[in-house]
Ligand binder design. Structure first.
Ligand SMILES: CC(C)(COP(=O)(O)OP(=O)(O)OC[C@H]1O[C@@H](n2cnc3c(N)ncnc32)[C@H](O)[C@@H]1OP(=O)(O)O)[C@@H](O)C(=O)NCCC(=O)NCCS
Length: 176
């Protein structure tokens, strides 16, 4: 496997299909108590496997000053990562995808290590990213890379994210 830095020009019109299936979700509950809030995230099983397919432009105006690396195996694209935009010492991982036939071969980990190495060379204090309570595999993957939960937003995508079990989570990895 090799990791190649790719020029934005080459990927200008690229649409990526973000796809995953999940048997589990983290059920989030935020309860107001007299002396504060009680927040819990409990692992639960979906009644039916949850399938998500979402298409988006890889390069978009809000992903500022990013770098893109592609992982190649035998000349075939196996995965991609987009990260960048250092802000208050944080570098955001905007996208990480490994295509189906290349999953569970360490490619996601290699892409994440590359982002970590570059963010560290910029003097960043942490990597940060967004995922969802429904994306169990991604959460496991991020944990295996050393990320931990650092925040959530109960209605980032819609006013029924909690009921849909698709609540936005923020995860971070401190670099120093
Ligand atoms: C999440 C994703 C990037 C992981 O990429 P990958 O190359 O398959 O991951 P790796 O092979 O480097 O896995 C590293 C570790 O992550 C964890 N992990 C990865 N896939 C897992 C799975 N299906 N179930 C449980 N743990 C998993 C394991 O701890 C694994 O180590 P191990 O294989 O030694 O047990 C990939 O599954 C993917 O592209 N998913 C769809 C897109 C997506 O959800 N992106 C994230 C958006 S928030």
């Amino acid at each position: 496997m090799i990791l190649k830095k790719v020029n934005h020009k080459e990927l200008e019109d690229r649409i990526v299909t973000f796809e995953y299936e999940s048997n589990y979700y983290y059920d989030i509950e935020v309860r107001k108590e007299t002396d504060g809030w009680k927040i819990s995230l409990k692992l639960k099983r979906f009644k039916e496997p949850f399938r998500k397919v979402h298409m988006e432009k890889l390069i978009d105006y809000y992903k500022k000053d990013t770098l893109i690396y592609v992982a190649e195996v035998d000349g075939k694209e196996a995965g991609i990562i987009q990260f960048g935009g250092i802000w208050d010492g944080s570098v955001r991982i905007w996208d990480i995808y490994v295509w189906k036939e290349f999953k569970r071969m360490g490619i996601g980990t290699a892409l994440m290590r590359k982002a970590e190495e570059i963010a560290s060379s910029w003097g960043a204090r942490r990597l940060v990213l967004e995922t969802q309570t429904s994306n169990y595999v991604a959460i496991k993957f991020y944990e295996s890379c050393g990320f931990q939960l650092c925040g959530f937003d109960l209605s980032s995508y819609s006013n029924t994210d909690v009921e849909k079990h698709e609540v936005r989570l923020e995860m971070e990895k401190k670099l120093r």
